[in-house]
Design a protein around this ligand. Structure first.
Ligand code: HEC
Ligand code: HEC
Length: 262
């Protein structure tokens, strides 16, 4: 095996090169953006100048429309909202706008941030934290800042990674949408053993999962007969297990988790 160290050394050099190239490009961009480039669009200012007349400062003036809480009748995702802001809603009082894509998404991010702030104060975060560890038993699958299990995704930064409405939907209806990196797989080996778990990693030769007992399992692809993504979330729906106030409290707690605590 004398070649192995050489291979590792080459690989290490490549990593250093790639890392250098990446940080180099970041470094190269930052000063340019500060010096010459236009400042990023200001979503709050654009909203005030173009939307307040009809929707009001809180986004609740058009009957039946609420722009400030992340609940939209005609859109779920950010790209859908950007589309509405750009193209309007034909046949209604919502006009198209002559914005750049970046301006439209700055307005959408402004509305999302508004919704997060509203969700953070809508419930009692301290009570939400207690439900997370207690009645909801969320820590049996999730961890926050190093406390809890690993079978479900780590939620320490969930308030930074997801919109408040997505967090709420995950609790009420976990099957609605599962982000790809949180998907579970079922593996059947050539000798008939079945394993399920959260997919951590895969490459041409092997697959690594974290099974229900939090054990890392690494399997050779050549040894697998079946590899299927599981559509249903292993997480139970809490719609009927918690009151709506308890869910509001949980969401207030979770949107506050931004990964800053150690
Ligand atoms: C001339 C008045 C007017 C202006 C200006 C206006 N809107 Fe609207 N907007 C409406 C009306 C009316 C509706 C409701 C359309 C419907 O669904 O019948 C609406 C609907 C929407 C919706 C869909 C809401 C939902 O629940 O799906 C979004 C998002 C939206 N507006 C965002 C904006 C943004 C952002 C701006 C500023 C860039 C803006 N609007 C400017 C009148 C306006
Ligand atoms: C039996 C294990 C289990 C329990 C109990 C559980 N979860 Fe989950 N949860 C998961 C798994 C697995 C996922 C990833 C798949 C998915 O998105 O549904 C997940 C996903 C989530 C997500 C979305 C994460 C993301 O990155 O988008 C949130 C938010 C969440 N859970 C909150 C909770 C809360 C709050 C509780 C307690 C009320 C809870 N979970 C209880 C297993 C669990």
């Amino acid at each position: 095996m004398p070649r192995v160290p050489v291979v590792i050394a080459i690989f290490a050099c490549l990593l250093v090169l790639v890392a250098g190239a990446l940080s180099g490009s970041v470094m190269a961009q930052a000063p340019g953006a500060q010096a010459g480039g236009p400042p990023p669009p200001d979503g709050a200012a654009l909203y005030a100048a173009n939307c307040v007349d009809c929707h009001g400062p809180e986004g609740d003036v058009v009957p039946g429309v609420d722009l400030g809480h992340g609940r939209f009748r005609r859109a779920t995702t950010d790209p859908e909202l950007v589309g509405i802001v750009l193209r309007g809603i034909p046949g209604t009082g919502m006009p198209p706008n002559n914005f750049s894509e970046a301006q439209a998404s700055a307005i959408v991010q402004f509305l999302r941030a508004k919704a997060s702030r509203a969700a953070a104060t809508a419930g009692n975060g301290a009570n939400g934290r207690a439900i997370f560890a207690g009645k909801g038993n969320c820590t049996s699958c999730h961890r926050v800042d190093g406390v809890g299990a690993r079978t479900g995704p780590d939620l320490s930064e969930i308030g930074r990674l997801r919109h408040s409405t997505d967090i709420e939907r995950s609790i009420i209806e976990p099957d609605f949408y599962i982000i790809p990196s949180n998907r579970f797989v079922r593996l059947v080996t050539r000798d008939g053993a079945t394993l399920t778990g959260r997919l951590l990693n895969q490459d041409t030769f092997s697959v690594q999962i974290l099974d229900a007992k939090e054990q890392l399992q690494s399997l050779q692809r050549s040894n697998l007969r079946e590899f299927t993504f599981i559509d249903k979330s292993p997480m139970p729906a809490f719609r009927d297990k918690l009151t709506s106030q308890e869910i509001t409290d949980l969401v207030s707690y979770l949107v506050s988790l931004k990964g800053t605590a150690q």
